[in-house]
Structures are given as C-alpha cells and as structure tokens.
Design a protein around this ligand. Structure first.
Ligand code: KIV
Ligand code: NA
Length: 277
C-alpha cells in the first residue's frame, strides 16, 4: 500500500477507481479505518453533533477541530486526512481562512482542509491553495448554513438552484480545490457535475454517480440515534451491540461474576498469612 495524497485521489477519478471516505474523530477509530484501507478520513465538524451532542455544527471551535484532528492523524499511516474548517473560521476574511487552515495542518497534522460554500468563498479557497494546503470544497446541503436554509434540506432541486450548484462547482475547481463534497444533491444533478469537473466529486446523499462516497461513521455503524438521514446505509448495528455489552457488564458486576480469577493479580500466600495474623 502507498499513502493516499491529493494527487492519488485525483488519479482515482481518471482511473475510474471510486474514492472511499469516512469521518473519524479519534485515534482508535481512525486506526481501524486506516487498517481497513479507506482512502480518506474526514475529521468533520459533524463532531459537534455526533461526538459533542450539539444540535448542529455551528458551535464547533478551532480548538475542537485541532484536538480531534491531531488524534485522528496519530492513527493514520495511509489515509489522506482532511479536517473541516469550522463555522466562522474562514467566512470572516481571507486572512482568517489561511491562518486557520494553517493551524489544522501545523497543530492538527491534517493533510488537507475542507470548507463550505461556492463562489462566495473562492478568494479563501485560492489563498489556502496558494499557501500549499490542499483544499476540499463542500457544496449542496452545507450544514453551516442551516439557519439560512431553514433546516437540513436537499439542495439544487429547481433549475435556478441546479445551475447555481453547477456554477459553484466550476468556480471552486477553478479556484484550486482538490475535490468537491456534494451533500444532499439529486443523483442526476451530481452526475452532471461529476462529468463537468476534472476534479473528483465525493457524495453524501448525492447518488451513485459521484467519484467517491463519504459517510459519518456513527451513522453507518448505527451508533448515533438522534437523527438518521435517508441516504445512510447501516453497515452494522453497533449501537444495540454496545448497549447489550454495557447491560451485560452491569449485570456481571451486580452478581459478582466479573471480575473472575483470570482478571485478578496474585500475591504470595505467605505475605497474606502475615497480613491476616
Ligand atoms: O462534517 C462532516 O461530517 C461532513 C461530511 C458529512 C461531508 O462535512
Ligand atoms: Na462538515
């Protein structure tokens, strides 16, 4: 195996080799995914919801992102590690965008950063790419715009919205993006965008025509129960497995079957005899 890089991921599109991406937020999970052979690991600002229990991603800070990105990076040998720029870390200015992208790389050891938005953030994209930091764009249902969208809703359904999405995708490619994440976009629209772009599209709720796919790992493992979008495929039901393991542990403590002799440390009997006498 060789390391996944911005260039290798772009080559995958050319070779018709689909790109796999999963989110991760900690060392142990990232290590399992890396060993399983995933191409990219995204330290998403979805961590605000699935790891920290916020209602949306808006409260996530740069410190949160750096803390979790560094943990993920320590677990990866081969995966391309992408970290999200959180809400208000890049919208405020081109300067803030470059400084904060730099922090994710220098302090978090990310290989690339991701930010949400099209034309309106192209100056930021260009400046980050000029600083030699690979950047992934995120279009369609962009969760940092939840208050402006009025909820988590499918984007690009009417003609004007579809044209805007295509224009945004072309604009971020021209600004230097390595790839584009398309979230909650009709499948036939992502097909058009995927054909028009020379950089890869990575879909989440965007159908099968994208050059790659990404899922939030708690969703695909059945661990996050607050809300499961239509686009999620559950590859395991670890939530119920975890709960039954927790229940079994509680029972075994109560009836003293855990810990057993095999979990206990020994001491010389002569020492015990002296202690008791
Ligand atoms: O934060 C996240 O997990 C994401 C993916 C859903 C693409 O941005
Ligand atoms: Na995100």
């Amino acid at each position: 195996r060789s390391k996944n890089t911005a260039a290798s991921i772009q080559n995958q599109k050319r070779n018709g080799d689909k790109i796999s991406m999963l989110t991760a937020y900690d060392y142990s999970t990232a290590k399992l995914m890396d060993e399983a052979g995933v191409n990219c690991i995204l330290v998403g600002d979805s961590l605000g919801m699935v790891m920290l229990g916020y209602e949306n991603t808006l409260s996530v800070t740069m410190e949160d992102m750096i803390h979790h990105t560094a943990a993920v990076a320590r677990g990866c040998k081969y995966a391309f590690v992408v970290a999200d720029l959180p809400f208000m870390s890049y919208q405020t200015s081109v300067y803030d965008a470059v400084v904060n992208a730099g922090r994710l790389v220098k302090e978090g050891n990310a290989h690339a950063v991701k930010l949400e938005g099209g034309k309106e953030v192209c100056p930021q994209i260009k400046a980050i790419v000029d600083a030699k930091i690979p950047l992934i764009s995120h279009l369609g249902m962009t969760p940092q715009s939840i208050n402006s969208f009025g909820g988590f809703k499918v984007q690009g359904k009417d003609e004007a919205a579809a044209i805007k999405l295509i224009d945004d995708a072309k604009a971020v490619e021209a600004a230097g993006a390595t790839a584009v994440v398309l979230e909650c976009v009709p499948a036939e629209l992502s097909k058009i965008i995927t054909k028009k772009l020379s950089i890869p599209t990575i879909g989440i709720g965007a159908g099968k025509y994208c050059d790659g796919q990404v899922l939030v790992y708690q969703d695909m493992l059945g661990i996050y129960s607050d809300f499961t979008p239509k686009f999620v495929q559950k590859y395991a039901d670890l939530g119920s497995e975890m709960k039954s393991a927790f229940k079994k542990y509680i029972c075994e403590i109560k009836d003293s079957t855990f810990p057993g002799l095999e979990h206990s440390y020994k001491i010389d009997e002569a020492v015990i005899d002296k202690l008791i006498s």
